[in-house]
Design a binder for this molecule. Structure first.
Ligand code: IPM
Ligand code: MN
Length: 364
């Protein structure tokens, strides 16, 4: 398997290194050969080449089987014009790979229930998957812009039936292999795009009679996420709503640093932790690499189609937490914490042990 790694900016560099450490340790245990190449994106690419998504990076990505991304963005680029910022590199990357379904799992790790901002009895049992539409809506809709005297700015939310249908199918398929419950989130009481979204998802549901579908307005969904998160199984929603709701869901688990994502459906799959570049803690070897490591597990699950290898990593993350290891973001005041690189080393060791014990094969 050819994997293009784009560590990007800030903590992206540190956490991607650990994700690769785990991946390189686990893959051979399952007979997988992995070849990785590093390329520039985001601020790092602006500084070196003057473009947040250079042509050589694009060319390498589209020739690979999967792309593993760290994070992009740094305050030093805040003054650049909007279309030259590091984040634009990420959007151009997503567009060029073609993946339109961004899967963002968020679940309660038993060892971390106490780190959730929610009360334990509210949060316990939470296990959801947010399917965020990634290539449409306000992020890409035209026309967009600012008028000449900067007194007005505009963006366009636009969705076609085909765009809604394809992401809805991924969500129904995902629900089918989980608890068979899908919640579609929109703002159909106000927006035309949302009414089309609701009609289209309802139509697609006819092909999935085994999945129970309900609809929620996005404001109500934001509320249910904090009052009753365990009611959710799979959530499907448009790009901006998904961006916002997935941060909310992520932080319920105790730390944004824990969460992984996979973007599928296009020519090349893309894997990235949900967290950003966290410039305030970059370069200190204290970032939580679990989100990046869990993204590598998703890569093994969805691109390599090697469920046992993915499970070995997932179980290693769980064991790491169960044994009480903590990076600073999830450590309580009284607890000592491990560094980014120590965390990667420990998880890699556990993952290899699971692989060799054969236990990974028997897990879910
Ligand atoms: C995310 C991020 C990105 C997004 C930014 C960095 C462009 O917030 O992956 O959720 O809005 O999609
Ligand atoms: Mn986001």
């Amino acid at each position: 398997m050819k994997i293009c790694t784009l560590a990007g900016d800030g903590v992206g560099i540190e956490v991607t290194r650990e994700a690769l450490r785990v991946l390189n340790a686990v893959a051979p245990q399952f007979g997988l050969e992995i070849e990785t190449t590093d390329h520039l994106i985001g601020g790092a690419a602006i500084t070196a080449i003057g473009d947040p998504y250079p042509e050589e990076t694009r060319a390498a990505c589209v020739k690979s089987d999967a792309v593993l991304l760290g994070a992009v963005g740094s305050p030093e680029y805040d003054d650049l014009p909007p279309n030259q910022r590091p984040e634009i590199g990420l959007l151009r990357l997503r567009q060029s790979l073609g993946g339109f379904a961004n899967l963002r799992p968020a679940r309660a790790f038993p060892a971390l229930i106490g780190s959730s901002p929610l009360r334990e009895d509210v949060f316990r049992g939470t296990d959801m998957m947010i399917v965020r539409e990634l290539l449409g809506g306000l992020y890409f809709g035209e026309p967009r812009g600012v008028n000449d005297d900067n007194s007005e700015a505009f963006n366009t939310m636009r969705y076609s039936v085909a765009e809604i249908e394809r992401v809805a199918r991924v969500a129904f398929e995902t629900a089918r292999i989980r608890s068979k419950k899908l919640t579609s989130v929109d703002k159909a009481n106000v927006l035309e795009t949302s009414r089309l979204w609701r009609q289209t998802v309802t139509k697609v549901a006819e092909d999935y009679p085994d999945v129970t579908l309900d609809h929620l307005f996005v404001d109500a969904c934001a509320m249910h996420l904090v009052t009753n998160p365990s009611r959710f199984d799979v959530i499907v929603t448009e790009n901006l709503f998904g961006d916002i709701l997935s941060d909310e869901a992520a932080v319920l688990t105790g730390s944004l640093g824990m969460l992984a994502s996979a973007t599928i459906g296009g020519q090349i799959d893309l894997y990235e932790p949900v967290h950003g570049s966290a410039p305030d803690i970059a370069g200190k070897n204290i970032a939580n690499p679990l989100g990046a490591i869990a993204s590598a597990a998703m890569l093994l699950r969805y691109t390599a189609k090697n469920e046992p290898a993915a499970v070995a990593i997932d179980k290693a993350i769980e064991k790491f937490l169960d044994e009480g290891h903590r990076t600073v973001d999830i450590a309580k005041i009284s607890e000592t914490s491990v560094s980014t690189s120590d965390a990667g080393e420990i998880v890699a060791k556990f993952a290899v042990e699971f692989a060799q014990s054969g236990q990974a094969r028997h897990a879910v």
